[in-house]
Design a protein around this ligand. Structure first.
Ligand code: MTE
Ligand code: HPA
Ligand code: MOS
Length: 849
């Protein structure tokens, strides 16, 4: 096994040196109570502020011991029902009949429910309500839920499901973007971003190139499948535990489906075993399944998808096909581009509109383009509705322009880094994005320079070229790609957060926000921020279960913005309480010292106590202060609120300032390819990111590494394959390969850089959740670079992911190709969906039911 080497320790990089000083506490299970806490006895160093410290994730211990509870770990109550579903075995068809009455009579079955049993609204959707919770007369993808089945045991359900007779008359399905275009099947309207005069740039340009870029989807592969547990209450009320990034939306969708008010539904989420975007909207169907069964039967009801069902039935990252045209000078300066962008949206709108919008916002990546047209269209196909996935459409748009840059370099026979440098956004001039926002306060050119230097890019480029001239068996490739990611929901109204902070009489504090924990460390960071506000111990603050009862009308935990939104809201609540405590404290010091004029401005919170700056020796313990405040009848619970300032976007003009700031970075990757098998290995990766002043450098380092490796999977190994009937063939970990420990590069340097210009946001931090995923584009670009040395002057076509099969296909193509570039002529016909013909399958696959 390869070793993971850490880069040279720098002041700016995440450091683990204080790790032992911050043992974890946890939200853990024990025999007596479902939600208990293990309090740690260790003391924190009060002198230093908590923000900026690499405190371990507050569920770290529970995650590794298995004590951290997920929805399906909650102890069942006596009369609880198990819920499952019957799904469509075909991609498109009319439902003729379903023997659900017969099924409902089977032993151990409590009921089988169809769309007719939904008392309220069967259609839902985050933007347009176009997606059925249960199919009514028509099915639109393999795996689409048609009926809910509830039973006393898994076994009873399994037996009953063997007897399902679902009679469907098949209709012609549409799978690919090209098929959808032929059938004129679209979702929403075409979007167009414009800047300058592309046609003129194209006409007057020194050089032009055009082609087609194709990228496949990606499965979120959270380890905890979609799950929900519903408990019926009085008068039709319902309480739901949901593994969701969006409790407020679950509340709304369940209320609408059941035909009740939002106020009758409480949705809670303690944590998720990963979401990665896959639970931003798509936790809704299982939540309604459980909620409906609980309401109809009056019994608690639990659903937890199997991994196979989850992969077959839920949406993924959108596959894209992009036709590009680029005009550029002999030096490689881009004068204009036109991108005609098509996404494969699946059978319903879901978040496809917002995802496509983010693609448009990121099709420039880190480059200033004076003249451009970006057109974006969503194709409707017979797949599960595609949805959010880390990066949210950004990765596809950025991959496309990195492909274009790589091709310009091949065409001009220049180093691609030279092309990247001269097109990179500057700080003054050449800094306006296609949507009119100025890229400010950034250090992109410095990031590129520093990384090129520390990774010894130029020297290694020479070595790689030399290697490729000599090796008969292998190829090497090297690439540096920059990354700029806009922070804020592009749907402006979602940029809000609220928090509830309760200070108790013993000086301990509970915090609740609308943000959900999915492993990204949100709760740990908020705990640090709140403890700092009162200058108390980390262990005196507890992050409570996310609940719509405490935090209402919240946005999804998404867009990487949840520490910004919820962290500031929590701090806002703390500050309201603190200002009241200041009054209590100033009166206390006045009474202690004759002649001292009470002044709240003089009150300081430090080291678990407060004092008046004029007499710092006289300290009042925080706990005592709180007791005093209670005796004086001061309220010590507050709600905080935050809305991101200054952002706006006008969808009519497609101009505005949608992002509060950008998170940026760059990466250098070197790959090694076996010329005979196409086998790829990532030999070395160097990552450098500007994430501002990190609130928790340990967690952020984890996000950077995790994001990059998840991206590595998308660009190299993960391949969704479908039968020609639209059945997902790679529906389990045996056939769908996410990266494992051996896929980590042998040399792996992960660093952060200080950006003195970044002065906004909570504690001058920056969002980190999604951006590092897009650092993976240097790996894909390195593969393209490697292939470009096979035939001098020939430009290889390379789809994404660059699997061993894809690489081998391109190697073969290049060897057969003469200089006139025949391979490129086929690019337009290539499909973004990998369909395996039925006769190529060794055995006929079982249908999903
Ligand atoms: N990290 C872990 N461990 N698990 C996850 O599911 N989701 C990612 C990212 N990092 C995810 C993760 C995605 S898609 C987003 S949008 C952000 O976390 C959301 O959390 P944040 O806003 O707190 O960064
Ligand atoms: N990112 C993630 N999720 C979203 C967004 C976004 O920009 N807009 C709506 N949901
Ligand atoms: Mo993340 S894709 O915004 O949930």
């Amino acid at each position: 096994m390869k070793a993971l080497k850490k880069g040279p320790e720098k002041k700016t990089s995440a450091s683990f040196e204080n790790r032992d000083k911050f043992p974890m506490d946890d939200y853990t299970s024990n025999k007596n109570s479902a939600y208990s806490d293990k309090f740690d006895q260790f003391e924190l160093n009060f002198k230093s502020k908590l923000a900026g410290k690499p405190i371990p994730h507050d569920s770290a211990l529970g995650h590794v011991t298995g004590e951290a509870l997920f929805v399906d770990d909650i102890t069942p109550v006596k009369n609880e029902l198990i819920v499952d579903f019957i799904s469509s075995p075909v991609a498109h068809g009319n439902i003729k009949s379903l023997n659900f009455k017969e099924l409902a009579q089977q032993d151990g079955i409590a009921g089988v429910f169809t769309h007719e049993d939904i008392p309220g609204e069967n259609l839902y959707g985050p933007v347009v309500q176009d997606e059925p919770i249960l199919a009514s007369d028509i099915v639109q993808y393999v795996g689409q839920p048609v009926a809910i089945i509830a039973g006393e045991s898994q076994k009873a359900i399994r037996e009953a499901k063997k007897k399902v007779r679902l009679n469907i008359k098949e209709l012609k399905p549409v799978f690919t973007i090209d098929e959808a275009i032929l059938a004129k099947q679209y979702i929403g309207e075409k979007r167009t971003f414009k800047q300058g005069d592309f046609e003129r740039a194209w006409r007057e340009s020194e050089h032009i190139l055009k082609g087609t870029f194709v990228c496949n989807g990606q499965e979120q592969f959270y380890l905890e499948s979609q799950a929900a547990l519903a408990h019926p209450g009085e008068h039709g009320d319902i309480h739901i535990h949901s593994s969701t990034q969006n409790p407020s939306e679950i509340q709304t969708v369940v209320a609408e489906a059941l035909g009740i008010g939002n106020h009758q539904v409480v949705c809670v989420c303690k944590r998720m075993g990963g979401g990665f975007g896959g639970k931003e909207t798509q936790a809704a169907i299982p939540a309604v399944m459980a909620g409906l069964v609980a309401t109809i039967t009056g019994r608690p009801a639990r659903v937890a998808y199997t991994k196979d069902d989850d992969m077959r039935s839920t949406g993924k990252r959108h596959p894209y096909k992009i036709h590009y045209k680029a005009a550029f000078t002999s030096k490689g300066k881009i004068t204009g581009v036109r991108f005609d962008i098509y996404s494969n949206g699946g059978a319903a709108a879901d978040l496809s509109g917002s995802v496509l919008e983010r693609t448009l916002f990121h099709s420039d990546n880190a480059y200033y383009i004076p003249n451009l047209i970006f057109n974006g269209v969503i194709c409707k196909t017979n797949f599960p509705p595609n949805t959010a996935f880390r990066g949210f459409g950004g990765p596809q748009g950025m991959a496309n322009i990195e492909n274009v840059i790589q091709e310009i370099a091949i065409y001009l026979q220049k180093d691609a880094l030279e092309i990247r440098r001269i097109n990179c956004y500057k700080n003054r001039g050449r800094n306006i994005t296609p949507y009119g926002q100025v890229v400010k306060n950034h250090i992109l050119p410095e990031i590129i320079d520093q990384l090129a230097e520390t990774s010894q890019y130029s020297k290694r480029m020479k070595q790689v070229e030399e290697f490729n001239r000599n090796s008969q068996t292998h190829l090497r490739g090297l690439a540096l790609t920059p990354m700029k990611f806009g922070i804020s929901f592009t749907t402006t109204f979602l940029n809000q957060g609220n928090a509830l902070v309760n200070v108790y009489r013993d000086g301990t504090v509970q915090v609740s926000t609308g943000g959900t924990e999915m492993g990204q460390g949100l709760n740990t960071k908020i705990r640090q921020l709140v403890a700092d506000e009162f200058a108390i111990s980390y262990y005196d603050v507890k992050l409570m279960i996310t609940s719509t009862e405490k935090n209402n009308n919240t946005p999804p935990t998404a867009a990487s913005a949840s520490t910004d939104l919820n962290g500031i809201a929590a701090v806002n609540a703390c500050q309201k309480i603190r200002s009241k405590l200041c009054v209590v404290a100033s009166n206390y010091f006045k009474n202690q010292e004759k002649g001292l004029k009470p002044s709240v401005k003089q009150i300081c919170f430090e080291d678990n106590s407060v004092f008046d700056k004029r007499n710092p020796k006289n300290k009042l313990a925080f706990r005592k202060l709180v007791q005093l405040a209670f005796m004086e009848r001061v309220s010590m619970g507050e709600r905080g609120f935050y809305q991101t300032p200054e952002i706006q976007f006008n969808r009519d003009t497609e101009k505005g300032e949608p992002f509060f700031y950008y998170t940026m970075g760059a990466s250098v990757s070197e790959v090694l390819i076996d010329r005979f098998t196409g086998q790829l290995s990532l030999e070395r990766a160097d990552l450098l990111m500007d994430i501002g002043e990190s609130i928790n450098p340990g967690i952020d380092r984890g996000q950077i590494i995790g994001g990059f490796i998840q991206g590595l999977g998308w660009v190299t190994n993960e391949e969704l394959r479908y039968s020609d009937k639209g059945e997902l063939l790679s529906f389990s970990p045996t056939t769908y390969k996410i990266p494992n420990i051996q896929d980590l590069p042998e040399i792996f340097n992960v660093e952060t850089i200080t950006n003195p210009h970044h002065q906004i946001n909570i504690r001058r931090s920056k969002a980190v959740g999604e951006p590092p995923l897009m650092l993976c584009l240097s790996v894909w670009s390195a593969v393209k670079h490697a292939l470009s040395s096979v035939q001098k002057g020939a430009c290889p076509q390379l789809n994404l992911p660059a699997t061993a099969e894809e690489i081998l296909r391109r190697l073969t193509e290049l060897k057969q190709q003469d200089k006139d570039n025949t391979a490129k002529h086929d690019a337009e016909k290539e499909s973004e969906v990998v369909v395996v013909q039925q006769n190529e399958l060794p055995i006929k696959k079982k249908q999903a039911a």
